[in-house]
Write a protein that binds this ligand. Structure first.
Ligand code: BGC
Length: 766
């Protein structure tokens, strides 16, 4: 039987089976969800309830890993899993018996429909909720649109684009029967050694909050139609500033910093309606996040009134015992986590039995279990899974990778690429006919970035292909450096250096390696943290030797994390930071190099010169550089908000609508921006504020508004920014929100560095 026919038969039989049963409340879509939940709960056994709180990895995923992974590797590998000693058959049985609520790492519609068909054989036919890391499009599964990763998206400062990408991703997910994305990552990134910076929207809490909230709204819509998915804000909290920059290491942060820097994007996500949140791997001030009652109950539920469910991260409840050692065994770890507020367990087979034991022993009440199950069922009802548990295999490719989504991916990519240096070499002049192209990322799918599977070649435009497509009359000499920066061959480096001498221009495409199918070789992305932030391997040598040809040299960086290129910056004429630009990255980069597109993106993170400068952030406290480093600079290599265009933009006429306000009034700030160049362009104009004197120390500047302004050559536009009491609020000595009277400095311009900013000030009166 063909798979589609099989699905149809299973679907029809489920309808027959439903209609032959008496009409019961929970199956009736016309009655209120609360009533349906209550009815369903009253029919569920304790085992079924606890199963709803559990998740497994997909069967194909397990099959693939059983042959390859050792049990030793399993302990630290957070991308792959299998359950030693447990057969596929027994997982199928558990599913058929209605004892599992969710799956993750299911990568095809066929497998999702198959697992769902097993759940439809269970007593109560509660549908499976499929979760997946659809971080930049549903890229982890094949044949989906792959957009730039979040750090690139943040570089565009294009908040509506974040919404659009999330909306399109939701449609592609539902087209393959996936219901829950583990995104947006709304962690504030403050350490480039950490491999996951690419998943984030950068270092500024305001920008991260806006991007995160727009993504949540895009994914979820009103959470009641068949093209909405559940969003998951993660990881709560602090993992982006671990004490040594490595993923999951301890985090030690004052409550002030947690509340001022790390909480706001999560609060914005909750306010935007996010109905799931994932806890962070790390311990926070001595308490693992996964057993942290303050986070899960006091803050999330009581302060923020979060109504969704909390999910654990990969084996992190187990790590309360086998890593943090604040529980003596797994069962105790489950106990601590549930009692602290955990609702859903990612992932594994021991949960069901041990949690049932905890309830039977009277340590956890069934009422506590019901609280979690209610929230999980609520999502399944809202998403319509009881009515439509399957996706249509005949329709799926009409939605995935459709032309509209591809166009968005290309546009997002164009807007995410940051031009960092240009010594009059870009756009590439028509007289350039002979170009050397080399470097690990020149002709590789690595442009897709972390959290992407290998995609069909026809759906990816590499950088070399993009150049050939956009400027087909140029002759390209390509010297392959392999994909692995740690295994470069000096002979190939020398070959490129030799050929560079006879080119008109050289393009070196350097950076990190992020593709997760080569988990052990990745240098950036999840679990790939570094003790320095220079280019890995022979890449600097390659750049130096190629540039020594005396021919103009352009450096393109493909990377998830900020990299320092200080040691080769003077060797090259131009630098383009492409981040992880997605499936059309090669085209977008080529269009920028040849001047078909004017670069507009700006940095959502500061780029340090070296790891020793960390923490390097623009919104630091006033005393941070009171004593500058005795040896070496205290300045970043490139500041937050910085990025070049082929135009220059002039800022003039800065005006404030009022010079004095009360604590409840707003101010409008306006500025004229003129395109002084010859191309159409977008300028990302930024407004920062500083509270001049305050009862606790405040940052030297904080981004409070920005605008992407399109300008034709010679055109001037007046841009308005808003200052509201909320934007002036900070936490007083006792951590209570307050607006203080006194002077506030307003800074407006093209980046966060003082030379790029115009200044004025206003007073808040008592
Ligand atoms: C990551 C999460 C991710 C989960 C499922 C974990 O290792 O930390 O961000 O959602 O795996 O893939």
């Amino acid at each position: 039987m063909r798979k589609t026919t099989l699905i149809l038969v299973l679907f029809m039989s489920s309808i027959v089976c439903w209609s032959s049963e008496p009409i019961t409340d929970y199956r009736n879509p016309k009655i209120a969800i609360d009533v349906r939940i209550q009815d369903l709960l009253s029919r569920m056994t304790l085992e079924e309830k606890i199963g709803q709180m559990n998740q497994f990895v997909g069967l194909k995923h397990i099959q693939k890993n059983m042959g390859v992974l050792t049990e030793e590797e399993l302990k630290t590998n957070t991308a792959n899993a299998f359950y030693p000693g447990v057969s596929i058959r027994s997982l199928e049985e558990i599913t058929k018996n209605g004892l599992i609520g969710s799956y993750l790492h299911v990568l095809t519609i066929e497998e999702a429909n198959y697992l769902q068909s097993l759940a439809m054989k269970s007593r109560l036919q509660i549908p499976i909720l499929f979760g997946i890391d659809a971080i930049h499009g549903n890229a982890n599964a094949p044949d989906n649109t792959v957009y730039p990763t979040n750090i690139g998206l943040a570089s565009s400062f294009d908040v509506p684009m974040a919404y659009t990408i999330a909306r399109q991703t939701a449609k592609e997910m539902r087209a393959m029967n996936m219901h829950w994305t583990f995104n947006p990552n709304v962690e504030v990134a403050r350490d480039p050694r950490w491999g996951r910076v690419g998943e984030t929207f950068g270092e500024d809490p305001y920008l991260v909050s806006l991007m995160g909230a727009a993504s949540v709204k895009g994914y979820q819509g009103n959470l009641n139609s068949d093209d909405n998915v559940l969003a998951c804000i993660k990881h709560f909290v602090g993992g982006s500033q671990s004490i040594n920059g490595t993923n999951g290491a301890p985090t030690d942060l004052s409550e002030r910093t947690i509340r001022e820097v790390f909480f706001p994007p999560f609060k914005a996500g909750v306010d935007a309606g996010a109905m799931s949140i994932m806890m962070a791997h790390n311990e926070l001030n001595g308490i693992p996040c996964h057993s942290n009652e303050w986070l899960m109950k006091d803050v999330l539920r009581d302060e923020w009134k979060f109504k969704g469910f909390v999910v654990s991260d990969w084996m992190d409840i187990e790590h309360i015992y086998d890593l943090h050692a604040t529980a003596e065994n797994k069962k105790e770890a489950y106990y601590q986590s549930i009692m602290a507020g955990m609702d859903l367990h990612m992932h594994g087979v021991d949960w069901n039995n041990l949690v049932v034991e905890l309830v039977k022993e009277g340590r956890i009440s069934e009422r506590r279990i019901d609280e979690s199950v209610r929230k999980i069922l609520d999502i399944k009802f809202r998403l319509g899974l009881f009515e439509n548990p399957y996706a249509d295999e005949n329709q799926t490719m009409k939605i995935r990778l459709n032309p509209e989504h591809r166009t968005t991916a290309l546009e997002a990519s164009r807007n995410s690429i940051v031009l960092l240096k240009n010594k009059n070499i870009l756009p590439i002049a028509p007289k350039i006919k002979n170009v050397l192209v080399t470097g690990i990322n020149a002709n590789d799918q690595n442009i897709l970035g972390d959290w992407s599977a290998v995609q069909k070649d026809e759906n990816v435009i590499t950088i070399l292909q993009g150049l050939q497509m956009i400027a087909p009359n140029v002759k390209y000499k390509f010297v392959d450096q392999g994909w692995n920066p740690q295994k470069m061959d000096s002979k190939q480096v020398d070959k490129a250096a030799e050929l560079a001498k006879s080119s008109d221009l050289n393009i070196v495409v350097a950076g990190e390696y992020m593709m997760r199918h080569r988990w052990n070789e990745k240098t950036s992305g999840e679990d790939k943290d570094r003790s320095d932030i220079y280019l890995v391997g022979l890449q600097e040598e390659l750049i130096r030797k190629v540039a020594a040809s005396g021919k103009p040299t352009v450096l393109i960086l493909v990377t998830g994390r900020p990299l320092s290129i200080e040691r080769v910056l003077d060797n090259v004429d131009a630098v383009v930071l492409a981040w992880e630009p997605g499936m059309y990255g090669g085209q977008a980069i080529a269009e920028i190099l040849y001047g078909k597109i004017n670069p507009s993106a700006k940095l959502p993170v500061s780029i340090p010169r070296n790891a020793g400068q960390i923490q390097m952030i623009y919104n630091h406290k006033p005393s941070q550089y009171f004593h500058p480093y005795a040896v070496g600079s205290s300045e970043p290599l490139f500041p937050f908000g910085y990025g070049l265009s082929y135009n220059t933009y002039k800022y003039s006429n800065l005006k404030l609508s009022k010079a004095n306000i009360s604590k409840t009034e707003n101010i409008t700030v306006s500025v004229d921006i003129t395109n002084m160049g010859k191309m159409d362009g977008f300028e990302i104009a930024q407004m920062y504020i500083r509270d001049r004197f305050s009862q606790v120390t405040r940052p030297v500047k904080e981004l409070k508004d920005f605008a992407r302004v399109s300008l034709k050559p010679g055109e001037t536009k007046t841009v308005k920014f808003s200052i509201t009491p909320e934007k002036l609020t900070f936490l007083d000595k006792k951590l209570n929100p307050i607006v203080e009277s006194g002077e506030f400095i307003v800074m407006v311009g093209s980046s966060s560095q003082d030379n790029d900013l115009m200044k004025d000030s206003f007073f808040v009166k008592e």
